[in-house]
Ligand binder design. Sequence first.
Ligand SMILES: [Zn+2]
Length: 494
Amino acid sequence: MSGPLEDSPIEDSSLIEGSSAATAERNRMTTAPEQLSAGLVLRPDGLADQQARVGAGGVELSGGRPASFRPASDLDRADGNYFVEGLPVEIHCHSMGDVDFSDFRDLDLPALDAVAAAEGVACVPTVYLAREKLSEFVAFMRRFDELRRRGALPFVPAIALEGPLLASHGGTPASTVWPPTRAEWEQLAGCGPLGLAYVVISPDGLTKDSDLHDRLGREHPDLPWIVRTLVESGVRPALGHYTKLEPKRAAELTYEIVDIAWQTESPIVGARVVTDHLFNDMPLTIKHAFRTRKARAERDALIAAYDLPSWNLADLPEQVGDVPAAIMRLCHEGKVASCINFDSEHVDLAIAARAVEVIGEGRVMLMTDRCDAARLGGQQLHREAENTLWYQDGGVVAAGSQPLDRQLQNARRAGVSEGRLWDLVSFTAYTTLGLDRDPWLNPARTGSFLSVAGEPSDGRPSYTRHAVVASAPVLDADRTDARHDRHPVVVSQA
Ligand SMILES: [Zn+2]
């Protein structure tokens, strides 16, 4: 993006009003497949002038695959419909529709798959784990792996864990924050081949600043051992839930984890380390969020004082703080893929959009942290009057509530270019999780049509998104192999 960030309509009330459930309901109207066509195809390697349309076997592209692509940024000067070779990915979320992931023992995986299919997104459910449920979790992962291999969960490519080694709870339920022993880490690592994509870990989780420090004994391994054990088994450490006490030390530990992850033998193809939210639950030198009317009153002056256009990789430690600077530099080097919220409330949209620019292409994933139900990990949540976040008792933010399409629209309004948007919501997650080679989600089977829905006042067209899933494999109750639908599944979405 090149325009001045101050012009972004950050406090546009249209981004904050309306219930997500009502929006989802309104949008769940199916469009006839033959109405979907586009003259441009966006792929991770660029933009192609090709006709895409829905045929009997899925999406058909004119003239086969072209050898060369234009830069994705050309999409910003194009008009008309376009097709993206990928689905948006919910990389970190806590419940979808009526499907609650608070307790994985109640998580109805086929129901989640159906909800994700209806919304046209791939979903990585983020679950919590209490210590006494570890062996049940391993059994749950075996069941997940079996269902996925049978083709019963095309839209649920992996599972993620928030915790248990967290230095500060944030919104995480206390019973699910604990220090695993060597044997317990080995059980968690064993879930890598079963589809455990990442485990949120605090780099300072074992230091004296950590909430867990008093509970550590001889049976608890050190951080290098934990990182090696996970990465060897294909589980990515996800950096997050830092204490705010020793930023320099926490940044050093961040570099150390990433170094170890990249020195270890690993089956992971994409980034070996990911993050929980960038800017949330970490020490900062800026005020990153403006969640109340009172806070918003001073927002413009503060953002102007931060001089976002001046942010650059060399000066980041002074500009944002040692920990986010370390993460952003490591993303830029291609060693980490970071998640950022675009709900405008976890992080100010101008800050999120500028971070995406500074990091550069292909290393940021938009995370919703969404929770469609009013509970999380056994705790009741409530809303407050001035934003759409979910709070637990004591005023701690527990989760967000905006679905992916709304956050995608927020990113657009914050100035993220159309060509970059799909890096954030789809391509980076595909590369990070290896979905480009996934039997159910690979680009030959799935994709998104964006059809122009109107010309708003700010000059960017608004689009309606349609997910197309060709011959989605579904579970045949009588057999263990996948059966194929003859017709593409078409879902309509905002
Ligand atoms: Zn979360």
